[in-house]
Write a protein that binds this ligand. Sequence first.
Ligand SMILES: [Zn+2]
Length: 465
Amino acid sequence: MKKAEDFSEWYNEIVEKANLTDKRYPIKGMNVWTPYGWKIMQAIDSHIRQEFDATNHQEVCFPLLIPEDQFAKEKEHIKGFDTEVFWVTHAGLNPLDVKLLLRPTSETAMYPIFALWIRSHADLPLKTYQIVNTFRYETKQTRAFIRVREIHFFESHTCHATFEDAEGQVKEDFDILAKLSKKWCLPYRLLKRTEWDKFPGAFYTVGIDTLLPSGRSLQLGSIHEYMENFSKPYEIKYEDEKGEHKFVHQTTFGMSERLVGAVVAIHGDDKGLVLPPDIATTQVIIIPVLAKGETETVTKSARDLHAALKAAGIRVHLDERDLRPGAKYFDWELKGVPLRLELGKRDMEKDKVTFVRRDTGEKTLKDRKTVVQEVKDELVKIASDMLARAQKDMVQDTVTVSSLDNLPEKMIKTGWCGSEECGHEIETKSDRNLLGIPVDGEQFSGKCVICGKPTKTPVYMARAM
Ligand SMILES: [Zn+2]
């Protein structure tokens, strides 16, 4: 299946062919992580841990089950998740006194405990995160990594003394995201969700939205400011310097295995995956090109090259299988290995190695003597080119309109006065969801597409993947 012809089918096919997941598990939307898929997820998790540890967050791990009465304390929150939770009602043959649910997200698991952990201003800020599986009963059609019912999930939860401190955390989250997205080569927009689409219980929600080649948006994660909306019902209080008891201000940041789906969808092509070098399990594949009578010298040279790259910390593999080079190229292209090194007799005589980039197919000859540095440089270049291309595509696939007739299947930007009434009407007329207004203060000068009032606020919308 070709990506340009039927994106949806292409995606389903490629995740299976590249062996990222096994969808044969007998529960819909709960797939098996294969070794290859799990390694990619773990690489992403390790980037997340690195950035959050570096900003003084502490990793925690809370229980999977949440008692019904704890879950019900914040009214908006329970309303938002009511139809999506899985319940545990029995222990053995006995019905439970208090029903338990599988966490759809962990606010209601963590916050009763935060109320015990936090006593005084000296305990703040409390910055925690965990990487766990969460459960949501998706009613829409499931899709590997993108819409599943058991979700590999990252969530940070922070508590602060003041609203300003919490706002500072949201800004820090934006900075962390900017660093991570470079590693993952994923472009995104930060869009403040509408009041009617924000996270249940949040004061505001910022969606992290990317755009897929199909013209549909994919939410990669979200960052929330809760203010005191959860600390009040869960009684998370601290004593300030004057001995007064105050409620903490809270934020959260969530991302999921959708990041894997986004990398596949945005960068993959008709030959298979194209993995960003920081995510790739194997960054460099060496293929010896053997001809009769010279296999020994080429094999030795390939093994030396492998050892040199490995010693330099590069994730490299030497493919010595008894297969034709063409068959090996095909395999590693499907797996998305960013850089292929071909080594044959002719190259060796000239003291050269052939580099082939997975993302562009470009072939170049490099000096054998400086090959380690050349590989390092090439991987950096591949990553920055991949991000730049994806960013350019996202910008090109966003169109600004002043009428809602005949909208293309792209990300749409238009004027919005900000009123709820006009917002709903935009959604009805366009048959798209409003993603929200940009948080970066993007300049805009136009009119509300519904009421015609002049506005400096654009709103973005798209059909969701
Ligand atoms: Zn309006």
